[in-house]
Design a protein around this ligand. Sequence first.
Ligand code: ATP
Ligand code: MG
Length: 789
Amino acid sequence: MAAGDGFYLGGVVDPASGERTGEEVRYDPADLTTHGVIVGMTGSGKTGLGIIFLEEALRAGIPALILDPKGDMTNLSLTFPDLTPEEFRPWVDEAAAARDGKTPAEAAADAAGAWSRGLESWGLGKGDLAALRAAAEVTIYTPGSSAGVPLDALGSLAAPAEFSADRIEDYRDEIEGLVTGLLGLAGIDADPLASREHILLANLLERAWAEGSAPTLEDLIVRVQQPPLRKLGVFELDTFFPEKDRLELAMRLNNLVASPSFAAWRSGPPLDIPSLLWTAEGKPRAAVVYLAHLSDAERQFAVTLALSRLVTWMRSQSGSSSLRALVYMDEVFGFVPPTEMPPAKKPILTLLKQARAFGVGLLLATQNPMDLDYKAMSNAGTWCIGRLQTERDKARILEALQPAAGNVDLAELDARISHLGKRQFLLHQTRAKQPALFTTRWAMSYLRGPLVLDEISRLTAADPRRAAARSRPAPQAPALGEHETALAPQAAAGVPVYYLHPGAPWAEQVGARRGGTRLAVALAARAHLTYKDATAGVHHVEEWEAVFHPLGRQFDPAAGKAVDYDARDFLEAAPSGATYLLPEIDLSHKAFFTTATRALKDHLARARTLEVPRNRALKLYGRVGESAAEFAARCDAAAQAAADTEAAKIRDRFEGRLDTLRRQIEEARFKVDEAALDEDTRRQEEMASGVGTLLGVLLGGRRSTRSLSTAASKRSMTRKAQQRRTGAEARLAGKLEDLEELEDDLAEELAEIDAAWAAKAAEIETARFTASKSRITVDEVAVVWLPVG
Ligand SMILES: Nc1ncnc2c1ncn2[C@@H]1O[C@H](COP(=O)(O)OP(=O)(O)OP(=O)(O)O)[C@@H](O)[C@H]1O
Ligand SMILES: [Mg+2]
């Protein structure tokens, strides 16, 4: 059988007769990049099938990471090249044999016979066993225990080897996984997005990684108490997570460190994906991570850490369409539940979504379909469906298959699932039209069942990785250099001694390396200078602070770096594990500090001038820390306020005149209306008295002269009314003009005021003052130990 034909999983079964047709079931490993699920009730043969997938992968040169919650996957180590009873004998389950009324030797002979015949019936023999054993090494890791090869999950919380600070986003998932797992171990149930414990630890780790440091859990505990950060998001750290509560978190983590069983989590080879998957020569490995001895929280931690590390490793790889590595999990119950979000679920979901592009296949087995997040699973490209316990389980599977079912007849599938025998599976692939019914081939590995720690200890006795873990020396304190000391050099009496707080915002400015433990001496000085402004009759007081580092034999008062330090930047106690670079000066000599203080005073008197921007017209001075633009803006605002006050007075003055005018306009308008109304009435009366009367009289003579004269007088009255209206209209127009003029005057005056104040605002000059020596006080000269490495 050539490996190139695909994975040899078993033989096709005729659904009608239930017999093998003789046709082999071959599986294209590339299909595993879309991931697979093996599901079936207990005893249905899932683990057997998983072992077969793994044997085939290893034979094809594909490495595997195997998460083993129940302990059956250790069986991958039980391959016996000659299939003799002697080879089986040490590994038979003596208790089970006794129950069957057999001696261990008889059980071994039976097993050897079963395996020889079983393999033979599938066309497999010793040659295949030898090929499998030669293809890959199986290592059984026992995190948290030294029975097998322990895994150093927590000895160092260092970033993975391929870490690069400018791709920090790619590592956030891993940091999140690590922190979630760690908090789980410490018994703290923390939501990665909402819990402050999680947010703080993740920030601390991210920061440490970005700085290139490899913190231990102890370092992390120290940093929880004294975080090298002041803010988390927009909040002051102490508001977000008060010191008292941080102490409690530190205690919880400390209890973890102090527990005796914890030591095992910190020995052995590091959890480094490439070395789990390949030997130094590039030969594939099978890394079985045994979890059966762990508590739920510990399992979550181990799985989360392994898988999130796999995710980051994977992302640093180039894309691949063929299967590059296989991840198998023998029972996912509790890791991918439908709604909850246990720590390990996130990296599993990430793998389901992203691993395909990198050629990493995930194969998950479970007997509890009801406990699967079937929505996440429904994207899996391969389903091996075995015998199911309940109708509900079946319904759940059909539900999961529905979106990807395509042409598949679900009713038919339903019927077929109901008739599956032991070790029979329906192979459903999104790419194939019809699911194939098959029975698994005989496993090459001796399916002895779960091994316990003692047995693993026996099994791995010869494993060089375990031996290496055992003989590894305990970590030692770092060796001291020639110019270093572990004891802080004494400072003269009365001189304050501080240690830089890792969160001091100006640490880099003075050449410090946050979080380092190799300390170098520095001086911090604070002085107050008083400047007199004789012209204005005011005093300006300036606070001046600087840190002097490095310190030469001769104190140079001009070499200080001006930084704005405050009490929060200093700690009273040295960081743990600190060493001190021997200073060139003798700190215990009081004289050094008095000389330095005097030199500083002289220097400040000579060199310090205070330059203050000043606006005489507005009587304003620049403030400490105010930029030129800010001062100009402040002057402008003051000028505008002054202009507004002045304008208000002008407006008051104009207001009376405006009022009078408005009233007059009202009156004039009223007069115009009145006149117009009068004119109208007159005109109507004139009509009523008979337009064209004159003509009628002349022609008919029926009207009297009297009526004639009445008509004439009506007409003249109309004319008068007309004149009155025109007059009123003219007066109104005049008044409106007056109003316009007045408004123009007001606008002009306001503009003048504004221009005058704007000009005043712009009159900024620089006032220079020097402080006389008698007006300089040096308040403090302190020793500060700065971490430099
Ligand atoms: N491919 C195989 N070759 C030889 N024997 C097998 C194979 N598959 C299963 N068996 C036998 O059937 C038994 C039960 O199968 P298996 O352990 O794979 O079931 P399972 O579905 O994993 O059950 P559980 O859910 O309890 O873990 C095994 O102990 C083994 O004896
Ligand atoms: Mg099983």
